[in-house]
Design a protein around this ligand. Structure first.
Ligand SMILES: *Cc1c(COP(=O)(O)O)cnc(C)c1O
Length: 392
């Protein structure tokens, strides 16, 4: 076998993540590696924490990136907050809520499931019924932005309800952070995790998390040690904590953190509100183009995530064939359906740096050509036929 350097094709990433990474971020990641206890690096870590506080809209001291992808942020929240025997209410309206259930059970807790239809937002009334019926429950967990369906739930309302029944909240903001409002302090979220490869447009592999005072109190009063040594926040904070001795815990992913620093700096330069507005405006533009092709969204208008557009695959159209052609002919990646929606929907991401006008034009144009080729009713003359007519 002949081995050579790997040179990936240049793609446009409009799936459910990873999203297009800005060249500034890739350039930052290629800078020289220094020691993870180097004072210059420690100074950069402090900036990453402050920039993350901005992104999460929080003053929480314990705000930092876990050294692994979004799933590790999820586990960090559950491993530290759930103890054996704890009852945890998990609202599920897609794939990722199911993973929360797994996490609760693997921590020795019992998950009380509140099920909503996939593609719909979480119903606060159902949560309230569950809270009334399970007075022992002390934690409520839910996904704010369900990437598997493109539905957005009302985090503020759900958190308020949980607090009325004396429950802490664990919120999945992997797809929302940087794309749609996430206001940790204003909404009173107790524990939250996100990812770097969705609307922050960084490379995958880090998971920003933030914990409020109530969550810390529960962690401090645990009866047993956190089962996971790597994710035990008491130990991690010896490295990341402010004023900490910066004791060695694990070697931080130095260059990945350069990337996150640059990504957060770019978010700060643009301004959160502007980033949210850009995601919404681009969603509206893509929506207009997709609907003109006869494609329909699976989520109600009011609950749609602007950064994740899930549309039904037209009858008679082969899912894989279209996605393969997009990749091979246009270097364009869109997402397939996940779980119960596999083969039924496409998930078109407009996340972070991928949320820009030229991507909308590329994606809508490519879909129009391919769908007309395959005989779908796109409501317009096939572009190829139109072109041939002009040339004739
Ligand atoms: C992508 C995603 C995750 C998992 O993140 P990874 O970085 O893939 O581990 C968790 N929750 C939601 C809602 C996601 O979209």
């Amino acid at each position: 076998m002949q081995f050579r350097s790997f040179n990936p094709p240049v793609r446009t990433l409009m799936g459910p993540g990873p999203s297009d990474v800005h060249p500034r971020i890739l350039e930052a990641m290629s800078r020289p590696t220094i020691g993870h206890l180097d004072p210059a690096f420690v100074q950069m870590m402090e900036e990453v924490k402050a920039l993350l506080q901005y992104a999460f809209q929080t003053k929480n001291e314990l705000t930092m990136p876990v050294s692994a992808p979004g799933s590790a942020g999820m586990e960090t929240c559950f491993a530290n907050l759930v103890e054996p025997g704890d009852q945890v209410i998990v609202c599920q309206n897609g794939v990722f809520g199911g993973r929360m259930k797994e996490n609760v059970e693997r921590c020795g807790g019992s998950a009380i499931m509140v099920e909503d239809t996939w593609g719909e937002a979480i119903d606060p009334n159902k949560l309230e019924e569950a809270l009334k019926a399970n007075p022992e429950a002390r934690i409520v967990a839910f996904v704010q932005a369900e990437t598997s369906t493109g539905a957005q739930s009302d985090a503020e309302t759900l958190v308020k309800l949980a607090h009325q029944y004396d429950c802490l909240t664990i919120v999945d903001a992997v797809t929302s952070l940087g794309g749609t409002p996430v206001k940790v302090d204003e909404w009173g979220i107790d524990a939250i995790y996100s990812g770097t490869q969705k609307c922050l447009s960084c490379t995958p592999g880090l998971s920003p998390v933030s914990f409020g005072e109530r969550a810390l109190e529960k962690i401090r009063n645990r009866k047993q040690k956190v089962q996971s040594w790597f994710m035990d926040l008491n130990l991690v904070m010896g490295y990341w904590g402010s004023g900490a001795k910066r004791a060695y815990h694990h070697t931080a992913p130095i260059n990945a953190l350069y990337g996150l620093h640059e990504a957060l700096l770019m978010l700060r330069e643009e301004g959160l509100e502007n980033a949210w507005r850009r995601h919404m405006n681009n969603h509206l533009a893509l929506r207009a183009r997709l609907e003109a092709l006869g494609l329909t969204f699976i989520v109600n208008e009011a609950d749609r995530l602007p950064q994740l557009n899930a549309v039904s695959i037209p009858a008679g159209i082969d899912d894989a064939e279209v996605r393969n052609r997009l990749l091979n002919e246009y270097n364009l990646e869109i997402g397939a359906g996940l779980g119960a929606l596999a083969g039924k929907v496409w998930r078109i991401g407009l996340m972070g740096h991928a949320s820009r006008a030229e991507n909308i034009l590329l994606c809508a144009g490519a879909l129009e050509t391919i769908l007309s080729d395959l005989g779908a009713d796109t409501g317009r003359a096939a572009p190829q036929a139109a072109l041939e007519e002009v040339l004739a």
